[in-house]
Structure formats: structure tokens, C-alpha cells
Design a protein around this ligand. Structure first.
Ligand code: IPT
Length: 1000
């Protein structure tokens, strides 16, 4: 049965499609590869004679066939209202032929199309087989009747725009085509159609139980049996052949029913071995007979007293082998299912796993690949999940649709808590579609098929109804379906609480707001109506140089009830690189008429998978252990706490090293006490380390936490965190070597002249706006001040041979005047001392920085600094930064955010040296925020992509007495008040040694 033009019909979800299920059939024929392809301008256009070829899976928009990607956030890429579909509607026709393997001759053959965007039509050998919509779930069709010996021709037609596109308005690229695997599988005419494994764990008794429901379909004869093996034990039960309605309603059962186990319960037996202790059929034979299940449905239950539980920290899984035996006892089919025993519950306002309140150290994760669009290999998934594990991330929201199936196999194996999200986002029509009954079938279909597919994954601990779709009856319908079908997991839906955090109970069990402030979390936690756990569905918008104050969120979360964490938005920068030339693109780069520019470049990972520096902060704040008491540090003792929920720290190796201004000393191993989850314990530092600590020049103790054993996600020795204890305040040292060129030379406007300077040390009050600075909430205050164009006027220069006092004014485009007095003194050793006095008037409410900028001639290649490092850090993102002496290439200092902006900062710097043929040293009497790079603020401001920046050999140095934090205001709160820079008087002293002989 097919429907004409299903892409036009909002009620359409599929025709001829098989029911979704959780069983994987191994007997497969892979149809991935090169397919014949043609792109039609509309679905109604006739198929032409010209075919090209295309790779399946893979979006056609990434394969140079003329239809290119479009990036929009909220806005639909075509005019509505729903269900209107634009007349120009790219339609891909995929064709290939296949022959059935000889051994499939009398088999039932099913086609699985993993994902097609957005409406799929299937025909085989000229027969119309069926249709499906929903771009992120597989569609399956029984092809058996349409197949023949020899070559068979399969045509998959994929219509890009449909009535269903309105439900797929996620903030990501619009692509077209088949983006997941395509394959055939075969079964016998009696087969296992589905499997539901509820593997429960009771933390009080430390026992597990398994309830396995097997749906057998096809020809059902008396005598078919299901046999289940788990944890070394086998349980068997007969498959009922009758429907419930066939049973007599009168008292008494016909004698033959005594032979039929209707629930598969009372005949549960242990095959071939004595019943294991604790494994017993939980049958009530009488009940089973009174309420028989439908034909083909077998439920087997077993209690397993000694299972080890599954958690994200201890992802222990067991293999369940299910055999379907024929009446003659031969095995017809074997299905293997991995299970993890665990219990998810909400109790007293806490989300519990195995009875414990857990932390959600989460990220939102889209399916993204810079070359294919969103088609990922298993190796891609492994790499991605390994990066997350290595950064102590333990939770993933599958924003905003169910992931490809293998992903959840890996999250089960690696250990993650997953919030599995239905493919529903009608953002542009959020106010209406959630209540539009024409879309009701699609809401329920998308939610139900996700649950049916993913119900057996221990990693999935909550179902999400989708994203940014308002809240209406269609949500409650989907919620009702899920609650009834799977009472073992809570529901998550942000729309239900968007207006009122205490509302929306029918659609969400978790209060899951987006982008609240840390303060709002505290208010919720203390509110008298609070009953539900709060897990932020999105926070910490990672766009560009961002993620300020992650620590402030976690201070609130760890100190208040009900708060359990959240999912950072988001994992990937969605920069596309169809040509593989490293020139990553964002919205507008494909000539889209309507687009949202760089807003898709908002991840913790660059498009190539390299972590942003913010990932260091993430890793640190989610780290497995903390230092809780340092009182006895100088006696060689520290108190550590195991920050995990389930596991001890036996899998970690801890070493310590002492940081001084001269560098970091040797690492020495710490003998760790056995610490149970949450437990504190005292560690004794190695004697030699204790001795170093009290030695001269010590500034900090660094504590390295690494894996001690190989895991699937990291080799032994992988660093998971570095903790720091600052031992004594930084001292300012003064550049030791004398300056080679001891003159104080000024130009006629009072600026220093020196052969190594291309730009003299000048006041700088501007930074290349970060994405957060450009947010509409911030830009008014920060950018409208006109600080980006200041004009310097030199009022007075008073000088002697060795001193100069320069009074200057900086007039902003906004009409405000900043006063700057610079007093330069040439010291006996040739070093220049600067005394700076900057007066920022009240008229300038906020500014990005106050500091000195200078630029050095070409030839400086290395930078050594003493301060926070080694990675980029800012005043509100420095929890993971380590005080020490760091050394890097100048070219490694900048961070290549795809849209150029302020970057590469390092805080708490007392001194830095730039080295090449010469050495230039700067030392500060107060710790400064610095940056060192090749490009000027104007370079960064005026280019749209990092790969367009001019290549320069000069070195630009900034040293700021005050520098604004980063915040996350591109979506979310601005920089917290304590990290903003406002008007006032700024006074500091620093030294500059220009042109020293290069030191080794
Ligand atoms: C939120 C969306 O859920 C997410 O998909 C993404 O668009 C994010 O914003 C911004 O990058 S919705 C917004 C109204 C907060």
C-alpha cells in the first residue's frame, strides 16, 4: 500500500513499514557503496536517462551534485505555513541492483534504510513497497514477495522537503539524501521480531533481575520454543500460538491449554542443568493461564543474585543469548543482546541510578562530520566518545534526534548516561504544531519508534520528547505512549517547563531549563514547591571563545539539593569542509539565501575534532578527584576526595610535581589510599616532593591524575586532570639580563621608538569581539561605547635623558575620554620601567580590557612566560589553568576559532620573554592577562574565517591589567559581574628589556 505524494501529507509517517524493534539480525547483506543516482528538481519530475553515481551513506549535499547545504537555526529554509512544501523540491533517485545470496532463497528478506532526509519511497522490481518519513530513524520493509532470483532492482526515492520537515527544524545544517547504512537482512518464516530486556538492579540486595520479552512472528506452530542464556544459566519457555481472544471466556480451560505456556512462565525450565541458586521462574501459573499474552509473545524472568551493576563509571554488561527453536528442537534463529543491570528512579526529587544521586557532566551532541555532513563510521564514533571520556564527560543528550544505532552500543560499552531525544523540533512553528492534530501521528510515531529501538540500552537513562517545540497536546500524547510502554525511565522535555519550572509534570519528570544563571539554579533549589531534579538541557553555550564561569555553575550544583548538572551546548563546531582543504564553512558560505551565519560554530570541539581550550576546564571541573584540605601541605600531607559516585580510584595513577619560576620539578608517584566514592583520605607526599615544597621559589604543587590501565577509550597513562595547590603568592621577578640598546627614544607624539618595535607600547581598551561580546544583550553595553575606534592625542611630554612622562587622551567614538599618563624610566641596566595610570570615566560603563599593546619586528618565534597556562585561559575560565613556567612557539599561542575573535589569553602572568634572534622580556609588578600572537585586533575583527587571516611575521603582545571574562552570552548569561571591567583608575608598573642577547 502506498500513498500518493506522502511528502505533502502532515499525517503521513509511513506506509508498508515494519514495526520498529530492538533486535539486530546478523544475516545481512550490506548495500552501502556507490549507487546510481539522479537529482530531480521536484518529486513529480520524470526520471531521466542520465545517471551519475553517489556514495551511500552520505548526504548528497556534500557530494558536489549541485544541491548544497543550508544552515538555519530557527527559520525554516522555505516559506510556510505548515504543511506547505516548496515547489522546488530536490529529489534524489537512488538505484542499484543486487542478487540474493543463494542461502536466502526461501527466506524472508527485509530492507533497512538507516536514515533518509526527509521522505523515503521504496520500490523493488517496479513494485511500490512503501514510504516513510522521519529523517533520523530506520525504515524497514518486507521485500520478500517482490524479490526474484537473479538481479533485483531497488529504487529509493528521497524527497528533500516534506510536511515532516517542519518537525526537523533543528539548529543544524539542512542536507538531503541517505545518511545512514542501507542493508538487507534475512530471517526464516518464523523469526524473532523483537526483544525487550528489562535488566534491573536492586542496590539494597545487590541483586539483578532480568525480564525478557520475546516477540516471535511469522508462522507460529505449537512447539516453538524460546531459550535464553544469561550469566551462565539457561531458561526456556514455549511460544504461545493463540491470541487471547481465542480463549474460552467460560470457567475452566480446555485441556490442551495445559500444554501451552501462555506467558512463557510456568514452563520456564533450566535446560540441561540443575536450576542455579537464585534463578527461578517467577511464575504464577494460574495467573498466567487466566491472562494469556498475545500469540508469539514470551516473557521469561530470572533473578540473578550476583550480577555486577551497570553504571557510566562501571559499564559492566552481560550477554543474553536468545535461541528460537523449532518444534523439532533445531535452532531457527539466535539473537544476542547485551544488557546492563541498573535501575533508574526519581526519588525525593533526585534522579538516581542504582539508588545513588548522580551527576550529569553532560554535553549536547549532534551527529556531525565535516566531510560527509553527518555520516559517521564506527571509528568516528569511537574517537568522539574517547575524547569525551578523556575529558570526564559522563552524559550525552542526543540533540536533537536518536543517534545512529551503533552509537548507543558504544555508550553502553564506554559508559555514558544518555538522554535519548526524539526527532521532533518544530522551532519555527513551536507555538502551533505541538497542538496541531494533523501532526499528532508524527509526534507519537517518532517518540515510539525511538523507544522501541533503544529500550534495551542501559546507557539510555531518560527519554526526551524533542527540542524547542513549544508544549502542547501532541507532547502529552507522546509522553503518554512512552510512560505506558516503558515505565523504567523518566521523561525529559524542556518545553514543558519553559514558562514555569514547577509545571509540565505530564511531559517531564526532570526540570531541564536552558541557559539559566547559576543564581537561578539556587533559587529553584530553595523554592518551597521544588519536587523534581534539575538537569539543564542546555547551558554554557560554547560558541567561539566562551564557557566562562563553568565553575560557578558547579559550585551551585554541588552545594544545593535537586541540582544534578546539565548538558553543555554543544559538542561540535559544525564547520563543513566538502573539499577537504581545511577551509571550514558556516552559514552563508554556500550562497544560501536565508542562513544564520556562524551560529553553528558553537562547540567544544573544532570541526576536525580537536578540543577547544574550554575542554580543559570541562575536564577539570568534572575530574574524578579533588583536593579538599591543604592545611598540612608543608608537612607533606594533603586531603583528597573521590568525586565519583560508584567507582573507587583504583584505576588511576597520581603523581605530583612542584612548580617554581624556573620550571616544574620531577614528577613523583603518590601512594593513593583506597577511597570509596565520596570518601576523603589523607595522602602522604613523597619525601623528596615535600622537601621541594619548602624550598625557595616554590609557587605551586601540581597533582597529575592519569589512567593506570588501558581502557577502550584511553591507553594507560592518559591524563584525566591536573589539580593545583598554590603554595605561595607569586613573586615578581625582573628580567635578569640587561637590555642591549640602552636609550630612551620617543617620537614626536610621545611614543617609544626602538628598532625591535613595529608598534610602541600603547594603551589598548578593545578586543576583537568574541561571539559572546557580539550577543545582542552585551553588544549594546560593550560595543556601543565606541571603544573600537579611539583617537589618541598627546597633551604633554616632559622628559630628561632617562625619564619621560607622557600625558595622552584617548577619545572614543562615543565621545568619552580616557586619560593615560605613561612615565618611562631608563634604568641603569638598560631596562625600561613603565608606570601607567589610566583613568576610565563613568561614561564608559564597561570595557573589554585595559592594558598595553605592542608589536615586535619579525623574528620572534618562542614565548616563555610565568603565569597561568599552558592552555588559553581567561579570568572566568581558569580553574584548570596551572601556575608555572611555560614555553611555547608564538604560533601555538593563538587559538584558531573559526570566526576570528579575541583568543590565546593567559592570566596571572608575572613575566614573559619572547625569543628569536633577540630576546625581549616584560615583567609586571601585578599579575597580568597577556596574549601573544601574529594578528592584530583589526585582523581578527575584519576577517570572517580563521583561514582568511593574513599571515604575519610580526608578534603582537597584549598585557592587560584588567580583562573582561568570557561568559556565554551568545546564548545565555553575560559574564558574571565580578569578571566585568568598569570605569575607574588603573595604575601599574612594568619593565621592558628590549634586545637582550638570546638566552639558551
Ligand atoms: C537552543 C537550541 O535548543 C539549540 O538547538 C541551539 O539552537 C541553541 O539554542 C543555540 O545554539 S534554543 C535557544 C532558544 C536557547
Amino acid at each position: 500500500m502506498t500513498v500518493a505524494s506522502p511528502w505533502l501529507i502532515p499525517e503521513h509517517v509511513g506506509t508498508g513499514r515494519l514495526r520498529a524493534h530492538a533486535v539486530d539480525h546478523d544475516d545481512r547483506l550490506n548495500l552501502n557503496g556507490r549507487w546510481d543516482f539522479q537529482l530531480l528538481p521536484t518529486p513529480e519530475s520524470p526520471i531521466g536517462a542520465e545517471w551519475t553515481t553517489l556514495t551511500v551513506p552520505g548526504a548528497w549535499t556534500m557530494q558536489g551534485i549541485g544541491d548544497t547545504p543550508i544552515y538555519t537555526n530557527v527559520t525554516m529554509p522555505f516559506d510556510g505555513p505548515p504543511p506547505r512544501v516548496p515547489p522546488a523540491n530536490p529529489t534524489g533517485v537512488y538505484r542499484r541492483s543486487f542478487e540474493l545470496p543463494a542461502q536466502w532463497a526461501s527466506h524472508r528478506v527485509v530492507l533497512n534504510v538507516g536514515a533518509a532526509e526527509s521522505t523515503l519511497l521504496v520500490s523493488v522490481n517496479g513494485h511500490r513497497i512503501g514510504t516513510s518519513s522521519g529523517s533520523r530513524l530506520a525504515a524497514e520493509f518486507d521485500l520478500t514477495g517482490a524479490l526474484r532470483p537473479g538481479p533485483n532492482e531497488l529504487i529509493l526515492t528521497v524527497v528533500k522537503w516534506s510536511a515532516a520537515s517542519y518537525l526537523e527544524d533543528q539548529d543544524q545544517w539542512w542536507h538531503g539524501g541517505i545518511t545512514r547504512d542501507v542493508y538487507l537482512y534475512a530471517t526464516g518464516d518464523t523469526y524473532i521480531a523483537d526483544l525487550t530486556a528489562v535488566a534491573d538492579y536492586d542496590a539494597d540486595t545487590a541483586g539483578g533481575s532480568l525480564e525478557l520479552t520475546v516477540q516471535v512472528d511469522g508462522r507460529l506452530d505449537p512447539g516453538h520454543r524460546i531459550e535464553v542464556r544469561v550469566a551462565g544459566t539457561t531458561v526456556g519457555a514455549e511460544v504461545p500460538v493463540r491470541q487471547a481472544r481465542e480463549l474460552p471466556s467460560a470457567a475452566g480451560l480446555p485441556p490442551e491449554l495445559d500444554d501451552v505456556d501462555l506467558f512463557g512462565l510456568h514452563s520456564a525450565t533450566i535446560a540441561g542443568q540443575p536450576m542455579a541458586p537464585g534463578l527461578r521462574p517467577l511464575a504464577d501459573a494460574l495467573l498466567a493461564r487466566l491472562f494469556p499474552g498475545p500469540a508469539g509473545l514470551v516473557t521469561v524472568r530470572a533473578e540473578l543474585p550476583d550480577v555486577r551493576p551497570w553504571t557510566a563509571e562501571t559499564p559492566v554488561r552481560y550477554e543474553v543469548v536468545v535461541n528460537l527453536r523449532g518444534p523439532d528442537d533445531t535452532i531457527i534463529e539466535t539473537v544476542t543482546q547485551r544488557v546492563g543491570f541498573r535501575r533508574v528512579a526519581i526519588s525525593d526529587g533526585n534522579l538516581l541510578v542504582n539508588g545513588q544521586r548522580i551527576w550529569i557532566h553532560g554535553v549536547n551532541r549532534h551527529e556531525f562530520h565535516p566531510r560527509t555532513g553527518r555520516t559517521l563510521t564506527r571509528a568516528d564514533l569511537e574517537r568522539e566518545l574517547a575524547v569525551l571520556k578523556r575529558h570526564n564527560i559522563n552524559a550525552i543528550r542526543t540533540a536533537h534526534y536518536p543517534p545512529q544505532p551503533e552509537f548507543l552500543d558504544l555508550t553502553d560499552e564506554y559508559g555514558f548516561y544518555v538522554f535519548d531525544e526524539a526527532d521532533i523540533e518544530c522551532h519555527d512553528y513551536a507555538a502551533t504544531l505541538c497542538g496541531d492534530a494533523r501532526y499528532l501521528p508524527a509526534f507519537v510515531d517518532r517518540a515510539a519508534r525511538m523507544v522501541l529501538r533503544d529500550k534495551n540500552h542501559p546507557s539510555v537513562i531518560a527519554w526526551s520528547l524533542g527540542n524547542e517545540s513549544g508544549y502542547g497536546p501532541n507532547h502529552d500524547a507522546a509522553a503518554g505512549w512512552i510512560r505506558s510502554a516503558d515505565p523504567t525511565r523518566p521523561l525529559h522535555y524542556e518545553g514543558a517547563i519553559a514558562r514555569d519550572w514547577h509545571a509540565g509534570h505530564s511531559a517531564t519528570d526532570i526540570v531541564c531549563p536552558m541557559y539559566p544563571t547559576p543564581e537561578a539554579l539556587r533559587i529553584y533549589a530553595r523554592h518551597p514547591h521544588t519536587r523534581r531534579p534539575l538537569i539543564m538541557s542546555e547551558y554554557q553555550h560554547a560558541m567561539g571563545n566562551s564557557n566562562g564561569s563553568l565553575d560557578a555553575y558547579w559550585e551551585a550544583i554541588r552545594s544545593e539539593p535537586y541540582l544534578q548538572g546539565g548538558f553543555i551546548w554543544e559538542l561540535w563546531d559544525h564547520g563543513l569542509d566538502p573539499d577537504g582543504d581545511g577551509r571550514y564553512r558556516y552559514g552563508g558560505d554556500f550562497g544560501e539565501a536565508v542562513h544564520d551565519g556562524e551560529f553553528c560554530i558553537d562547540g567544544l570541539l573544532f570541526p576536525d575534532g580537536t578540543p577547544h581550550p574550554a575542554m580543559r576546564e570541562v575536564r577539570h571541573i568534572f575530574g574524578p578527584l579533588s583536593v579538599t584540605d591543604t592545611t598540612d601541605l608543608l608537612d607533606g600531607r594533603l586531603t583528597l576526595r573521590n568525586e565519583r559516585t560508584f567507582a573507587d580510584l583504583g584505576d588511576l595513577a597520581v603523581t605530583v610535581a612542584v612548580a617554581t619560576e624556573a620550571g616544574t620539578g620531577p614528577e613523583r608517584t603518590v601512594a593513593m589510599p583506597a577511597l570509596a566514592p565520596g570518601e576523603k583520605g589523607v595522602v602522604e607526599l613523597p619525601t623528596a616532593t615535600s622537601a621541594d615544597l619548602i624550598g625557595a621559589g616554590t609557587v605551586a604543587l601540581h597533582l597529575y591524575v592519569r589512567t593506570a590501565t588501558d581502557t577502550v577509550w584511553a591507553a594507560a597513562g592518559t591524563e584525566l586532570d591536573v589539580r593545583q595547590v598554590v603554595v605561595r603568592p607569586q613573586q615578581t621577578s625582573y628580567p635578569a639580563a640587561p637590555s642591549a640598546n640602552p636609550v630612551l627614544d620617543l617620537d614626536d607624539v610621545g611614543l617609544l621608538r626602538h628598532p625591535l618595535l613595529t608598534t610602541p607600547p600603547k594603551l589598548c581598551v578593545w578586543r576583537a569581539p568574541t561571539d559572546n561580546d557580539l550577543s545582542r544583550f552585551v553588544r549594546g553595553r560593550l560595543l556601543r561605547t565606541g571603544l573600537d575606534t579611539v583617537t589618541r592625542t598627546c597633551d604633554q611630554v616632559a622628559r630628561t635623558d632617562t625619564t619621560a612622562t607622557i600625558a595622552a587622551r584617548y577619545l572614543t567614538a562615543g565621545g568619552a575620554e580616557i586619560g593615560h599618563t605613561q612615565r618611562i624610566t631608563l634604568l641603569d641596566d638598560g631596562v625600561l620601567r613603565f608606570d601607567e595610570l589610566v583613568t576610565v570615566p563613568e561614561k564608559i560603563a564597561e570595557l573589554p580590557r585595559v592594558g598595553i599593546e605592542l608589536q615586535l619586528t619579525p623574528g620572534f618565534e618562542r614565548v616563555i612566560w610565568f603565569g597561568d597556562g599552558p592552555h588559553e585561559n581567561y579570568p572566568d575560565r581558569r580553574a584548570a589553568a596551572l601556575l608555572g613556567r611555560w614555553d611555547a612557539a608564538v604560533d601555538e599561542m593563538p587559538v584558531p576559532y573559526l570566526r576570528p575573535q579575541e583568543n590565546g589569553g593567559r592570566g596571572s602572568v608575572s613575566w614573559l620573554c619572547l625569543r628569536g634572534a633577540h630576546q625581549v622580556a616584560l615583567a609586571f609588578d601585578q599579575p597580568m592577562q597577556i596574549s601573544v600572537g601574529r594578528n592584530t585586533i583589526e585582523d581578527l575583527r575584519s576577517h570572517r574565517h580563521v583561514w582568511e587571516l593574513p599571515h604575519r611575521e610580526t608578534t603582537v603582545v597584549h598585557c592587560d591589567i584588567a580583562h573582561r571574562g568570557l561568559g556565554s552570552a551568545s546564548v545565555g548569561p553575560d559574564v558574571l559581574p565580578e569578571f566585568r571591567v568598569g570605569p575607574g583608575i588603573f595604575a601599574w608598573r612594568w619593565h621592558l628589556a628590549l634586545g637582550q642577547e638570546a638566552l639558551s
